[in-house]
Design a protein around this ligand. Sequence first.
Ligand code: FE
Length: 202
Amino acid sequence: MDPRWTTLLQEARAAHGASPELRDFCAFPDALRDQPGEPRPDPLATTLQDAPGDTSARWQGFRDAACAVGPIARWRDTYRHTAIGADLHRHFGCYELLGQDAPYGTEEMRGFLVYQRPGYHYPAHHHPAEEIYLVVTGEAEFHLDGHAPRRLGPGGTVFHPSGLAHALTTHDSPVLAWVLWRGEMDRRPVFSDPALQGEAQA
Ligand code: FE
C-alpha cells in the first residue's frame, strides 16, 4: 500500500478517536482488507492542494494527508452523467478511503473524503444510508430538510438521517470534509429535484 494511504488511514482513525459524534455514529473498523486499485485522476486533486489550513492545527494532519492522497485517489464519478454533472464535478470531488471498493475494504461502514470549491451549491439529495459529516478544514453551510441551515468549520459535525434530503453550500471558503455512511450503503444517492434527474453512480 502506498504510504500516503497508510498515513491517511492513521489520521482518519485519530480523527475518529477525537470526535465523540463520530465515535457514537460507528466503531472504527479493526479488520480492513488492503484493496489497492488504479487511481482515477480528477482535476480536483490539484485544486485540493489549496484547501485552507486549520488555524486550530487540530485537523491539520488529516488535511495534509487527504491532500497528499489526491493524485493517487480513485475519484468518484457520482452524478457525472446527470444534467448538472459537468458543473458539479468542476466544483465537487470525492474519493473513498474505507468501504467495499476502497483501498481499505470493510462492510461495516464507508468513509469518504469530499472537497467542494468556494461558491457552489450542491443540490438537495437523499439516500437510504445514514451519514455524518466532519468538517476537516474550511467552512460550509449544511442544509437538512426541516432544519435551519448550519454553518460549520473545522471539527463541526452534522448527521443526516436515512432518506432525509440535504444540501451543501460553500461561500468564500472551500470545504474539506470526512463523511461516514452506515446502514443501507449499497443504494445510490438521488437528487430531490426530478428536473436534475439521472440516478447517481455511488
Ligand atoms: Fe449525503
